[in-house]
Design a protein around this ligand. Sequence first.
Ligand code: NI
Length: 197
Amino acid sequence: MNRVRVLLAAGGVVLAIALFVLLARPGSSGSRQGGGGLVIGGPFSLVDGTGKNVTDRDFRGKFLLVYFGYTHCPDVCPTTLGAMAEALGKMPAPARARVVPVFITVDPARDTASVVGAYAHAFGPEFVGLTGSAAAIADVEREYRVYAQKHVLEGGDYAMDHSSVIYVMAPDGSFDAVLDDQMAPATMAQQLTKLGV
Ligand code: NI
């Protein structure tokens, strides 16, 4: 499953930019080396909404839809997570049961375990929110080629500028595909079906 399958839909420019970011930040030591040359994903050790330690191995046997963002995000994160929830809602129950949507914060300073857990859960009972130490989040961002940058706002508050794509990880933990965050939920559901979900 190492073949890179890039699924293009509307919003191809956004995907192109996302892929540029992905390709422009090559390999970390912890990443899995895929046969296709594009290395995405790898081992992680994070904390879920209940404060429990979880690793990538805990999700073996499931397709993961991995999305990176932060709970203070005003627009892109809630829109994308909402689209993921809607897409899963369009899939038959047995397929849906094979998928775990995972939200990983890029803002661990504010997104504690309970905050990220409650936020993810608001999009559906199957959504898992993950956070961790600054170092653990930096590691997983590097593995997934995530761009995330703090952006201080007037008044001292801050936002996180971040790349926004949905990673589909296969049940064996390998990278399967990237879905454009602008994809309509029905299209997303079709693409997941094509990927064998
Ligand atoms: Ni966001």
